[in-house]
Design a protein around this ligand. Structure first.
Ligand SMILES: Nc1ncnc2c1ncn2[C@@H]1O[C@H](COP(=O)(O)OP(=O)(O)OP(=O)(O)O)[C@@H](O)[C@H]1O
Length: 470
């Protein structure tokens, strides 16, 4: 097979699964076929090159949607070309372009890349380049009760960065849309002010960049500082990973101060409130809390249905309502999982002739280990804890202060915090209208006690198992 002919056939297939515009232009059209290499295990590697480093790193990730889409497309393309599907593996290598950064591209190519966040002209080559996902916009985010506050304040920040809500901290469990909302701010700011110095990075990038700068010496450390501190909008994902890293926290603190001093904007995400992150220095806890902290919780069933419907409309697909209901009812973990199942269903629609019915959806759900399962709710936790300690649910929700009741109540609150997405005030209300500070105090107490009390740790574990076994 000729690599160029093969690549063109694969590209044609990829056009159907990778959204047109930015994604296709950057992640597919910028690749050039080099050669085909046959491997020992009957697979063939298609070597491709790109002059964009971020594109190459995205293709390195075998879990990325581009990589997955490629595998499917290659099967169909080889089937069309040769009559039998062949297992083709993409291998994308970065080659240095003559113009050295995306921003040195000729003007006619610049417009295609404007959605890349612009780093400063000073961009040191070891500092992580920031890329925004162009699909993470306010328009593609389904706003519901669980994220309404975060959505509203994110829009306010995008409209007037560096004014009132600084920093904005978006916190909540995995896969609930924190990064999406954060990048929506970046995309909006860049749309209005294309020259703004907007930087999106993960906490891990910050740690790696700083460590690398230190390793390289003083000049590079200065360059690192200049680059990070001169941003107009700095977005840092997953700041809980700063925990326990003193030197990094010090640098982060200084970066934070330098940016906010200039009235430039910082947006952070975290899996919990800063004061609940063990090993985060008090001065950072205070700084992170000085702007606005907005929580995102797990979407309920109607929201999950709305998210799937929205995705299906955006991609111009006609997925039957009962299929959407089936998926939404079974996948109650987070939006990322919901999208994972949705993509499988879309893949089935595109690559096989099987009609998408509730039955097909169920098979997909089963292979992905999702079945209509009972969600762990606060009432279920209360019931399990009450049975375990031989007290009543009324006791847990009441006001009695004797140890036999107080400890199970604290354990129930602790497990509710751990296994549900409910916020502290929601948990407080479910326990007979207790204040959120009582819930916080109780969960901290159990969290600390568990470390030294193996009996307590075992009791909590048994209740967890009881709950997950249903
Ligand atoms: N309300 C929503 N509307 C539309 N899409 C959503 C919504 N919430 C999440 N998503 C989608 O779900 C996926 C996961 O979201 P995202 O990456 O923002 O999660 P996260 O909270 O940052 O997770 P993590 O903590 O694991 O980084 C993304 O593809 C995002 O677009």
């Amino acid at each position: 097979m000729d690599p160029i002919q093969l690549w063109n056939a694969i590209k044609q297939e990829l056009r159907k699964s990778i959204s047109q515009g930015f994604s296709f232009t950057n992640y597919v059209d910028t690749l050039n076929p080099l050669q085909l290499v046959e491997n020992e295990n009957n697979t063939v590697t298609l070597q491709l090159t790109t002059t964009y480093e971020p594109v190459a790193s995205e293709w390195l990730d075998t879990n990325s949607s581009y990589y997955q889409a490629f595998m499917q497309a290659a099967m169909t393309a080889t089937l069309n070309l040769t009559g039998k599907p062949t297992f083709i593996i993409p291998s994308v290598t970065y080659v240095s372009p003559t113009p050295t950064t995306l921003f040195d591209l000729p003007d006619d190519q610049k417009s295609e890349t404007t959605e890349y966040t612009k780093n400063t002209n000073l961009a040191s080559e070891f500092v992580t380049q920031s890329i925004l996902n162009p699909e993470f916009r306010f328009e593609t985010f389904v706003s519901s009760d669980e994220n309404r506050e975060a959505y509203a304040v994110a829009q306010a920040v995008a409209d007037k960065p560096g004014t009132q809500w600084n920093p904005l901290l978006i916190y909540g469990g995995v896969g609930l849309g924190k990064t999406h909302l954060m990048q929506a701010i970046g995309n909006k700011v860049l749309e209005r002010t294309p020259n703004a110095n907007v930087k999106f990075i993960t906490t891990e990038d910050f740690i790696n960049d700083f460590t690398e700068a230190l390793r390289r010496g003083q000049k590079e450390t200065e360059a690192f500082k200049r680059e990070y501190r001169s941003t107009d909008l700095l977005m840092v994902d997953d700041v809980q990973f700063l925990a326990g890293k003193e030197k990094i926290q010090e640098e982060f603190f200084n970066t934070f101060n330098a940016i906010t001093r200039e009235n430039h904007q910082i947006v952070l995400t975290s899996d919990k409130l800063p004061k609940e992150i063990p090993g985060l220095e008090m001065r950072l806890v205070t700084r992170f809390g000085q702007g606005y902290s907005a929580n995102i919780t797990k979407p309920d069933l109607p929201t999950r249905v709305a998210i799937l419907r929205n995705k299906s409309d955006l991609e111009n697909l006609s997925i039957p309502n009962d299929v959407i209901d089936e998926i939404a009812a079974a996948v109650d973990t987070n939006v990322r999982d919901l999208e994972g199942v949705f993509n499988q269903v879309v893949g089935k629609m595109r690559f096989s002739n099987v009609p998408i019915t509730v039955e097909t959806a169920r098979t997909i759900l089963e292979t992905m280990n999702f079945k209509r399962q009972r969600a762990i709710t606060i009432p279920l936790i209360q019931e399990a804890v009450a049975n375990f300690f031989n007290v009543t649910v009324q006791d847990l929700n009441g006001k009695k202060r004797n140890k036999e009741i107080v400890v199970p109540r604290q354990i129930a609150m602790y497990i509710a915090r751990e296994l549900t997405q409910d916020s502290l005030p929601q948990i407080g209300r479910a326990f007979g209208g207790k204040d959120h500070t009582t819930v916080m105090h109780s969960t901290e107490k159990i969290e600390n006690a568990i470390e030294n009390d193996s009996i307590l740790a075992e009791q909590v574990q048994k209740i967890r198992e009881e709950l997950s076994n249903g």
